[in-house]
Design a protein around this ligand. Sequence first.
Ligand code: FES
Length: 680
Amino acid sequence: MTTDPLVVFTPSGKRGHFPLGTPVLTAARQLGVDLDSVCGGRGICSKCQITPSYGEFPKHGVTVSEGALSEWNAVEQRYDDKRGLKPGRRLGCQATVQGDVVIDVPPESQVHRQVVRKAAAARSITMDPATRLYFVVVEEPDMHSPTGDLERLERALREQWQIDAITADLSLMSKLQPVLRKGKWEVTVAVHRGHKDEVAQVVEIWPGLHEDGLYGLAIDLGSTTIAAHLTDLDTGEVKASSGLMNPQIRFGEDLMSRVSYAMMNPGGDQEMTRAVREAINDLTTSIAEEAGIDAALIVETVFVCNPVMHHLLLGLDPVELGQAPFALATSESMSLPAREMELTKMNPRAQVYILPCIAGHVGADCAAVALSEEPGKSEDLVLIVDVGTNAEILLGNTSRVLACSSPTGPAFEGAQISSGQRAAPGAIERIEIDPVTKEPRFRVIGSEKWSNEEGFDQVVATTGITGICGSGIIEAVAEMRIAGLLDESGLIGSAEQTGTPRCIPEGRTHSYLIHDASAEGGPRITVTQGDIRAIQLAKSALYAGARLLMDEMAVDTVDRVVLAGAFGAHISTKHAMVLGMIPDAPLDKVSSAGNAAGTGARIALCNITARAEIERIVRQITKVETAIEPKFQDHFVAANAIPHKTDPFPELAQVVTLPAPSFNTGGGDEGSGRRRRRRS
Ligand code: FES
């Protein structure tokens, strides 16, 4: 039996005996304990911090004495003086084993640390990015055994980090020699290894130890908005989130109008490609500024997008996506250098990964939702709807997953709504209407106070009250229905019919006035009859898509509904039900998941094995094509009423009483009866 000391690591529980004097980092590596190191045990990166515990540990069967680790040494003291170590912490590469010991590896010292999602904490992300930092000591050149600097860097990476083969492009090569000499042959390199790559690529090199981190962008490129999350590739922390309107809107509000633009205007596709790439470049610069980092430290970008955005981003003509059989140029994932896509504001050697598409109308954004929400791992039948200008809809469980995309249009994102705007400070996001007085009260993004609360005016003095965003318009329409301002067919009543002067005539229809600052030169925020129609079209398309998947699955109900997308985490189940947006499900089984496509992008950014996983998953998803399915139209028409006429939630009556006025006086609704089908 060995007399070597026993080392027990927590939280992993891994244990083993090691000779006296073994560095804790070495013991951790031999046991496969997840303990980080960038400098390879040279005492300069501080990534290997551990916390030894002393005393009795009956659970582990050990007693740890004070001298279980070697004495605090000069390297630790130097680091402590310079940066400070938390009390009780040691550097795992410096402290050596002197007796039985229990060692805790804190989360920030774990390479594959778990990052818990802020919203809905349903899934944590395990950090395992494609690009990592490595500190290496490179052999100096020698006249007697002539080798190139790159070859000696390769050898150092092989010997010190077990990275076998590397490549470097010309722009990196031109930095290599001066940086090696400036660093006195000690350098940090950022090495990218794609999940299909045999050879790793050196993306960046710095003299000495690089301590400013590495970053990646997870970008959800939607038809209406572009949302980006700047993420620390070491910790997984989102440093900044930012978004802007997709400038392609000027070529067409929805996808099909952009495809038409490309068809009818020679070079139109290239114009749209240029516009979106410029926007991403601007977004890269602004988000890096917001986070206070150098944009050149952004070495990876992951995109999720629908197929038309996918093609236009890549510079591929999308015309084939405008007509059956909706052939994609490729449905495979794409890995390519950012500069090939003219993304010039990040690191010049940054790498891009684009998730695979599922089909001609079911894109990488839907794949990202599948990665984030994992319907294929659900025991019960789950319906996931991620709503943007297109709704990505997934239905499935462990036996089968179906997917489709439905053309909801941009109304749920606050676009094509008379007072609509993107979710930004100043936008109305919550609204309640008193069923008796018909008076509204609301909250804007950036304020916790309701508009009828004291101090509201001061809080919104900086942001103003600028418009109404996606979740706000949904609440407004549902609240109008609950308050009896809107009938089942979606008609807004007149002041006489509803008993409130807030219902004002507008042409042959009526609008409901939420906020009027026109006397002070501010906006007049109303919900118009046209807005109601846009929401009806959007929710009908959403419902019809979901229903089509249920038909395919041969079910009439689902066990669970997850709402994600433009609504963020804000949509209330009650309002979704009043609108009749989604098929029947038990009330407590309807939940919000925030931006699932964006989360999927973040997962693929932070974890390289997730890329292989989603590529496998999409091959198993059955896609249902809404564009050529005649039943879609039937479901769409049936879903037009508020709430849904043939599939109302039985539980809705327990939550709210809906009045049953009818404002149809035999004409006067410009939108009434308009049942158009569109594909956006
Ligand atoms: S491994 Fe870098 S300081 Fe210990």
